[in-house]
Design a protein around this ligand. Structure first.
Ligand code: FPP
Length: 246
């Protein structure tokens, strides 16, 4: 019997929301139109995750590499983010959702930074779904930042080299309070991690769908959870070992 290793609802879902630009271009519209539609899906997916009893939802909204996009697109994305926070804040609070952001937040425009920090603050006591936006986020940058942080603690004598283990390392990541995703979803048909949560995805189940993000509906989220519930997570062990553990 493998009942306990077949996962039910994933506690923590991470999503790479990809395909906004292509979705718009295929309709002869400017890329930004896809981002606007994508914002609507963010709301729908948060609501559905909450309804399904997911505990944590981590969304890749803007990568470190996205700063290299045309300036117009970057500034529209920043404006959309700002407006999204203003618009959604009430619902987040009403639904007892805790909002967080990870990434190089200091690189965001000051107005957006303030809005992000404020939304984190006002929702910090909420005990429901934890929604985290990865903003100006890069997995390698996070790992280098963590390595530097630990190295300086070694240099100051606060810890020794041998104190560094997986637990300590995890506790210094931007995701220290969030932990590792059980399921990663990527939309748009691409099958890559794209510098997202490189450490944290070590044992995540991966789910790729051809749907572009603006087309990814609540029902598509449910499909991904169905697929997840049929997976067997072995964490490096054999099937036999898992049977014995039941
Ligand atoms: C990828 O599509 C998506 C992004 C770079 C931004 C994701 C942003 C949103 C879903 C909207 C804003 C989010 C929030 C939370 C307000 P792409 O432009 O890379 O699409 P493409 O691969 O087709 O070019």
């Amino acid at each position: 019997m493998l009942a306990d290793t077949r996962s039910q609802t994933p506690e923590h879902i991470a999503i790479i929301m990809d395909g906004n630009g292509r979705w718009a271009e295929r309709r002869g519209r400017p890329r930004i139109f896809g981002h606007i539609k994508g914002c609507g899906r963010v709301r729908e997916i948060i609501r559905e995750a909450d309804r399904l009893g997911v505990k944590k939802l981590t969304l890749y909204a803007f990568s470190s590499e996205n700063w290299g996009r045309p300036t117009d697109e970057v500034s529209v994305l920043m404006r959309l983010l700002y407006k999204w926070l203003i618009r959604e804040r009430r619902e987040l609070l009403e639904k007892n959702i805790r909002f967080r952001a990870i990434g190089a937040i200091h690189r965001l425009p000051v107005t957006v930074q303030r809005m992000v920090e404020d939304t984190m603050k006002v929702s910090q006591e909420n005990s429901g779904l934890q929604v985290t936006l990865a903003l100006s986020y890069g997995g390698r940058e996070e790992l280098v930042t963590t390595a530097r942080r630990l190295a300086s603690r070694v240099v100051s004598g606060e810890i020794s080299v041998t104190d560094i283990n997986e637990d300590l390392f995890s506790s210094q990541l931007w995701t220290a309070d969030i932990g590792d995703p059980d399921l990663l979803i990527r939309t748009s048909g691409e099958q890559r991690i794209s510098n997202f949560l490189l450490w944290q995805l070590a044992y995540a189940e991966l789910y790729f769908t051809d749907k572009m993000w603006p087309d990814f509906k609540a029902s598509d989220l449910r499909l991904s959870l169905d697929a997840y519930s049929r997976r067997q997570r072995r964490f490096g062990l054999t099937e036999h070992q898992l049977e014995v553990r039941v």
